[in-house]
Design a binder for this molecule. Structure first.
Ligand SMILES: [Zn+2]
Length: 383
């Protein structure tokens, strides 16, 4: 009896040892290592309406630069000459650096930029309509809804990732959206979403006024209105900056619109100036963030458009009649994003992945909660 018991224990010991070895050997492959917590605690999303990948990666198009802006401006020849002087360098590499110097210095060396089709990198919208509301809604909700089929300022029936995060205690009161276009009120569903949305010509009064906010609200009311639903970009941008300084949001949207508006007016010089200003704003934002303890080293910046535009002489328009306008680009800069720079063929990215990517940076699984949304872009999330 004693012999058999000892034998049984010995056998059991060998079995356990063998099993441990086998399992120990297989464990790393079978069990995914838990993801390290992200350094990112804050995300800023900047969208540049209808900015084409062609100018982002090639700079100003030499075939379009000589075309003067519309006569109504009165100074179109001066503007064309200035655009040539500012952006008309000899090579595509020089031209893109002249147009977007921050993107092609800091973001290229420290972040990632998708969408250069000349290198085989594919970034696009999936909504099939290739205009603004469907593009913003796809980006902010993570999926294309066939009911979103116009640019009418209607309340979005779907919940954006901004609203989804704001409903969580750790983000409540830490979310805000500022945009040039009045329709952001509908896209974010201002009435329902529970966080500040300021868009179009509405005065911003959600926080105690400062001299800067007071002046911005005055300029918004009094500056000449070229477009009935959209002031010039400096007003919403600087309003967002004032809010950022005062309230330190963890998730902030800034929507710039002049690129699209000037393109629709077939004004290439003004379109280029708007793109250049957008790049300057991204730099100002990044430098401000790095100067603030609440944001330094813990903030990810994402920059992309809501759709592309037609190709070549068709550059000014977009939509289903312009199939290239589904083509977009996207840039990421932050403490978790590996510095892979300008991306080549390989990972295909879509605007429908942005919502889950924003949430993943902030440690939240949006795709699990909203299964129809695109999955987070692993390449930019880091280990
Ligand atoms: Zn648009």
């Amino acid at each position: 009896m004693m012999q058999r018991t000892r034998f049984a224990w010995a056998w059991l010991g060998m079995w356990v040892a063998a099993t441990t070895m086998i399992c120990g050997g297989l464990a790393p492959a079978q069990t995914p290592q838990p993801r390290q917590p992200h350094k990112t605690q804050n995300v800023i999303l900047v969208m540049v309406d209808g900015m084409r990948w062609q100018e982002v990666f090639r700079g100003a198009d030499p075939a379009l630069l000589p075309i003067p802006g519309p006569k109504w401006q009165g100074n179109s020849e001066d503007m064309t000459a200035a655009a040539k002087a500012h952006y008309g360098e000899a090579t595509a590499d020089e031209r893109r650096k002249a147009l977007m110097p921050f993107l092609w210095s800091v973001v290229e060396s420290q972040g990632q930029i998708f969408g250069n089709r000349d290198l085989g990198s594919d970034s696009h919208v999936i909504n099939g309509l290739d205009f603004s509301y469907p593009g913003y809604s796809e980006t902010l909700t993570g999926f294309a809804d066939p009911r979103i089929d116009s640019n009418k300022n209607l309340p979005n029936p779907n919940t954006t990732v901004f609203e989804w995060l704001n409903a969580k205690p750790e983000f409540a009161g830490k979310v805000a959206a500022f945009g040039a276009w009045a329709v952001f009120n509908g896209i974010f569903n201002r009435e329902r979403c529970g966080f500040p949305v300021n868009a179009g010509y509405d005065a911003f009064t959600a926080i105690p006024s400062t001299p800067e906010l007071s002046l911005l609200n005055t300029l918004k009311a009094e500056t000449v209105r070229i477009w009935p639903d959209e002031p010039f970009d400096p007003i919403p941008f600087h309003t967002a900056i004032e809010y950022l300084k005062a309230k330190h949001p963890r998730l902030l949207f800034i929507g710039l619109g002049e690129t699209d508006e000037w393109a629709h007016k077939v004004d290439y010089p003004a379109y280029l100036d708007a793109a250049h200003l957008a790049d300057q704003y991204v730099r100002e934002l990044w430098e401000l963030l790095q100067s603030m303890p609440q944001y330094r080293g813990t903030t990810t910046l994402i920059v992309l458009p809501d759709h592309g535009r037609g190709d070549g002489s068709d550059w000014n328009d977009h939509g289903v009649k312009h199939p290239e306008s589904r083509e977009t680009w996207m840039a990421f800069l932050g403490p978790d994003t590996p510095a892979l720079g300008e991306r080549k063929a390989g990972t295909v990215v879509t605007e429908s992945q942005i919502a889950a990517t924003i949430a993943a940076f902030l440690g939240q699984d949006y795709h699990a909660a909203v299964p129809q949304s695109g999955v987070a872009i692993e390449d930019v999330l880091g280990k």
